[in-house]
Design a protein around this ligand. Sequence first.
Ligand SMILES: [Zn+2]
Length: 474
Amino acid sequence: MDESISNSRKNERDEDGDSSADEAVHSLRFKKKKTESGSALETGSDLVSKKAKGSGLYLDTIQRYMLDFDFEKVCSVSLSNLNVYACLVCGKYFQGRGKSSHAYFHSLHENHHVYINLHTLKVYVLPDSYEVTDASLDDIKYNLNPTFTPAQVAALDKVSTQSYDLNRKPYLPGFVGLNNVKANDYVNVVIQVLAHIPPIRDYFMLTNFDDKSELIKRFSTLEISNASSRKFKLTEQSDPLAFLSWFLNTLHRDLGGSKKKNSSIVYSTFQGELSIESQVIQPKTVKDAEAVFDSASAITGTKSPFLFLALELPPPPLFQEELEKNIIPQIPLITILSKYDGRTVQESVADLKRFQITRLPSYIILHIKRFSKNSFVEEKNPTIVTFPIKNLSMAEFVSNPETEKVLGLHYDLLANITHEGDPATPNSTSYKVHIQHRAKEQWYQIQDLFVEEINAHMIFLSESYIQVWERKSE
Ligand SMILES: [Zn+2]
């Protein structure tokens, strides 16, 4: 993590003691929505059992509305992630509980006496340093480390009832916004998408990762910045496609995946296979003739696995006037997918290529190539892609439809990441994502912390950039 972020967070926490300061936390776990400052003063410690009150355990001093365990679990003074406790009175994190520790000093200076170890979930009273066990602390422990049974995870797609956080604020499980530190909306949209792909979500909610990398355990901001050698920062807008690609490949590697198919949850979910035929470009007999394969010359064929399918848009109108008149070009998704029909020829500098899908994945990630760099300026193709929300047929794009039909040739839209704004002025751009709640059959638009219902017919009016489609069983 950038030093500046750590410091600014620390300052915000120090100044107002409010743990809802702009802070991003990325976890595939279904986190509860942030506490909003000032909204929950009427709650507080009223959940503490009467028995514990006045017993010298200080449990009546706990202020639940100050607690937010979505923060990076590091000491607010030393920034260390070792042996960190949360003060259950003000919510701040401190290292250690020994006589020279930051938690110990905090207990003396602030008269805050109850602390939970963020790793062991044990609760202690400081400075006396004795452990407290009381059933009234269970809700705090659960929020610190939510655990799920397979039945609970399965219910996420079937139940549409609201849940409640520590402040009794309602939220829809799975539809909780993520904070934007500065410019990490490109990360947020990707995390939202991955959290709604059932095999990925279920795997990460139900598997114990104690022996895996920190990135896998936490999907955290610190780890994204560190693990990517600062390629992806939270303070700089970046490309969600580049981030998704890096993230999936890193997860695959850290989970022990190999080049073999199905060797990780990433490959078994997203990996398909293409056949690629290529031919060296022959001198054209007719100028400007359409590029075609020459049946008399050699054709090279290879098979290539893929995690994404890239789709080209037709060139946008040349004249700015046309765009200004709001004549935004549209093209059906099925038309740009014809790149993979095994007949359409793609021309590059040296050769001709044609593509066909030889194995469909359970989830297809489509990358609509909107962005290009022209003389140092990033340009965006504003063409709108139209598509059906359900039942997209891939039959035309597979080499062996009869074989693929067994597992299914049709797909439903699962997620749609869109881009807004002019890429030449990065501060004005934003990414949003559309995701459907399966039980409610309601689509939501999510932008950082903002989650709102959206009419399914409005989805294709946005500039789609990345889509995830889910295979349907026939
Ligand atoms: Zn405190």
